[in-house]
Each structure stands twice: as C-alpha cells, then as structure tokens.
Design a binder for this molecule. Structure first.
Ligand code: TPU
Ligand code: MG
Length: 438
C-alpha cells in the first residue's frame, strides 16, 4: 500500500454513514495515510445512529502469535548465520510505530545502523551504532564501504525506488537481505503477514540481548575512520561571496533538539542530509516522488500543528516558485518559520542530471514577494544575503523575529552544490537514459 491515500468512501445515505466513516477513520489511523470521506450534501444534515465506543475505531488487532514467532525465529537464524550484519532504516519506520523498537534492536545487536535518505532523523544520530546515511555514492563518508563489506542487511521499512537506490546502483537485494515492514516481512523465500513491526523487532532484540554483540560492522567502520569527519566550523571571511558551504554552516548552527528542518527536492536534500542532528531534532523530506513545491505548504501545515518547534525550511528557487503563495498563509497565522531560499539561478539538480535552457528560471525579488503578502497587517520579513557576513546577520534577525515568517534569499553561483548532488545526479541520469525494457 504505497499509494498516497489509504481509501475513499462515499456517503449517499445516512443509514450506512457511521459504518463508512468509522471504517475511513480507522484505516487512516492504521495506515497513517489520508482517507477521503465524501458526503452528499442532501444527506449531510440527516440524523443517523449514534456511534459506539471509540475503542472499536482505535484498537489495533494484535500480531498473530504463531506468525510472529516464526518470523522472529527466521530473522534470528539469518542474523546468527552472518558475521557482518548491518541494519538499514527506511522511511516507513515512523508510520509503522517502530522508531523506539529499532533502538532496542540496535542496542541488542550492536552492529552498524544507517538511515536511508528519506529516513533522516528516524534513528537517533547520537546512538553509538549510528553511522550516517546509506545512499550509494551520496552516503555519509565510509558508510557505503561498510555496506559493501557487510554479508547481511536487515532492511527495516525501506522504500527502494530509482531515487533512493541512486538509479538502481545502490539497492540492497537478494539472499543477503531481509526486509521487514508494516505489511510484510520477507526472509529468504518466506513471507510473514499480520504482525506489527515493533513486536517483531522486540522479539529479535530479546533473542540477542545478553549475547555477544554482532558488532563487526561497527568496529570496522571506526577502524576505517568513519564517523570522525566534522563540519568545519571556523568563521569564513565575512566579506567573501556567499557559498553553499557557508549556508550549510549557518543551518547547522541553529539546529536545536526542538528544531524540525524541511528539505525540498534539489540540493537542499543533500544539505539537510549533511546536517548533524542533536537528539530530538527532526527532518522532513519527500523523496518518494520528489515533487518540487511540496515543502512550502508542508512546513506551513507542520508549523500550524507544532508552533512550539523551531521550524526551518531549506528550499531552492525553482521549487519555491511553484508554491510561494503558501508563505502568505504563514503570515496570516503569524508563524515564525525560517526559510533559507537558495537562489542558484535555476534548477541545479536538473542541470547536474541533464542540462539545457529549460533549467533556467525567471529571477524574482524573493524578499519583496514575502513582504507583498503583508498587505495591511502582516509581519513576514524578506532578507537577502550575497556574502557570508550578510547571511550571519540575516540568521540573527530571523531568530529574533516573531509574529511571521522570515525568508532569507541566499544568492550563490549556479554550480555551487554538494558533491553528493553531482554524483547522485550522474547515476540517476544514467538510469533514466536506459532503453525501455522490451
Ligand atoms: O537546488 P536546486 O537548484 O536543484 O533546486 P530548485 O531550484 O528548487 O530546482 C529544482 C529543480 C527540479 C525540477 C524541475 N527538481 N526536479 N525537477 C523535476 C520536477 C518537476 N515538477 C515536479 C512537480 N517535480 C519535479 N521533481
Ligand atoms: Mg535552484
């Protein structure tokens, strides 16, 4: 069930309204996906049967015990048979309610744990087993080496598609990989349904706790120098032309445990992935479809629901132009979202995949756009930085500002991007250029 919505129901009579509405709400809660309820306007005011206790909507059926113990046994036998296992965390872990159980599993196994790009922040980065992002050549330093060396991958709630496998070049599959998900767990030829992921992970953790750690991948990761790289924090020249690296440094400097960072499709993905997260900090990215323009309305909704957090958006100029009007909503709701708008004069991610004149966009005065939304009473603020010093000043202003969003237009050259973007872009371009399968 990887579609965008769980289901849709249509209510055309009051008689079956309670049943259909309960079904839709129950499914939305279980699947952690939207459910649509359509109510015909000529029945919307009609009386219907009173609902029963809420428990019937909220209670989850328990894991099937026999299936659970068979799956746990199969996974434990798989891991026992491996000398160099690793755990890979995927983006469906949170919807499966298994973030805490994954920590207990990692504690029990003691092996290296990596997150996929789309699962950034779904596992604590200060955990001793955490090694960084696994994403082919866009992986954190040394992580890809450890995955290549490993003889067994335990893939938790992962989505493997062209983006997340870097154009199918970094796709853990085959007999040395087991996958466990909200819907199905697969070990070799066996598949198991009807179990909750936290129950499964706890079963495996229980088996391994107190035994000798399966920590070869973590020991080797440290041996080859993994996890030692630090973002250089020394001051850059204040008057120098603004660079991507300095923007990254500025972002890193304001990420607290109460911060949520949204990263839009584009080089913003890779900048956000490079950010070190203290425990509690969250990241939201949308790598399933990578549809540009997602992030501005997404962080608006998030900030309405969690105004107490420091909500930061990093978005490219191209993506921003699709949904810029949602900043007006932030202004209306007085939400102090901080927006790093990366103005690199076009679609740089596409430049790196396949360049052409279609990657150019009309430049905007982005700060003025935000101020235009203020009209009579809004308190949105637009700032512009072309040097390192100007960005530092703008960030200070943004942190102090209340009562509305602050957008900082960060002007950088078109080709100033992360090394991950150019190498990932190359791999995806190669995959996209394959002739169609017959
Ligand atoms: O950092 P940078 O310059 O790559 O980001 P920016 O400026 O936001 O540009 C993003 C360019 C981009 C496009 C045009 N990334 N993917 N696409 C293809 C695309 C087109 N339309 C939608 C809805 N989603 C897409 N991913
Ligand atoms: Mg751009």
């Amino acid at each position: 069930m990887d579609s965008k919505r769980a289901l849709a129901v249509s209510i055309i009579s009051a008689d079956d309204a309670p049943e259909k509405i309960d079904f839709a709400i129950r499914t939305a809660l279980r699947e952690k996906k939207p459910a649509y309820i359509e109510i015909a306007c000529n029945v919307s005011g009609e009386p219907c049967a009173a609902p029963g206790p809420i428990g019937s909507v909220l209670t989850e059926p328990a894991s099937d015990r026999d299936t659970l113990s068979a799956a746990v046994e199969a996974i434990c036998a798989f891991i026992e048979s491996k000398q160099k296992p690793v755990v890979l965390i995927g983006s469906k872990l949170r919807a499966a309610g298994a973030e805490d159980a994954a920590i207990r599993l990692a504690d029990a196994l003691g092996c290296a744990v990596a997150t996929m790009g789309a699962a950034k922040s779904f596992f604590p980065e200060d955990h001793p087993g955490y090694v960084g992002t696994f994403w082919g050549s866009a992986s954190s330093p040394k992580v890809s080496d450890i995955f290549n060396w490993s003889d067994g991958v335990f893939a938790l709630a992962c989505i493997f598609n062209d983006y997340s496998t870097e154009g199918w070049t970094a796709w853990p599959k085959g007999s040395s990989v087991i996958t466990a998900d909200k819907e199905v767990t697969k070990v070799a030829d066996a598949s198991f349904h009807g179990i909750h992921l936290p129950d499964l992970l706890d079963g495996v953790a229980k088996h391994f706790s107190g035994k000798a750690k399966k920590d070869a991948t973590l020991v080797e990761f440290r041996r080859i120098g993994g996890g030692t790289e630090v973002l250089v924090l020394e001051q850059s020249d204040k008057d120098a032309t603004l660079t991507r690296e300095h923007i990254q440094r500025a972002l890193q400097g304001i990420v607290t445990p109460e911060t949520t960072v949204f990263g839009e499709t584009g080089d913003s993905w890779f900048n956000v992935l490079r950010t070190r997260l203290p425990r509690g900090a969250r990241v939201e990215v949308e790598m399933q479809w990578g549809h540009i323009g997602w992030s501005v309305p997404a962080i608006f909704g998030y900030a309405v629901a969690a105004p107490e957090r420091r909500n930061i958006l990093m978005v490219g100029d191209g993506s921003f132009q699709l949904t810029a009007q949602e900043v007006g909503q932030m202004t209306r709701r007085k939400l102090p979202v901080i927006i790093f708008l990366i103005n690199n004069a076009g679609y740089t991610i596409e430049v790196e995949i396949h360049d052409g004149p279609y990657n150019n966009i009309k430049n905007w005065n982005y700060g003025a756009v935000v101020e235009a939304f203020n009209a009579e009473a809004g308190q949105g603020k637009g700032l512009r930085a072309t040097t390192n010093g100007e960005l530092d000043e703008a960030v200070k202003t943004a942190l102090e500002h209340t009562g509305g969003p602050v957008l900082i237009e960060c002007v950088i050259p078109r080709d100033d991007c992360t090394s991950e973007l150019i190498s990932w872009g190359r791999h995806v371009a190669t995959a996209n250029a394959r002739p169609p399968a017959k």
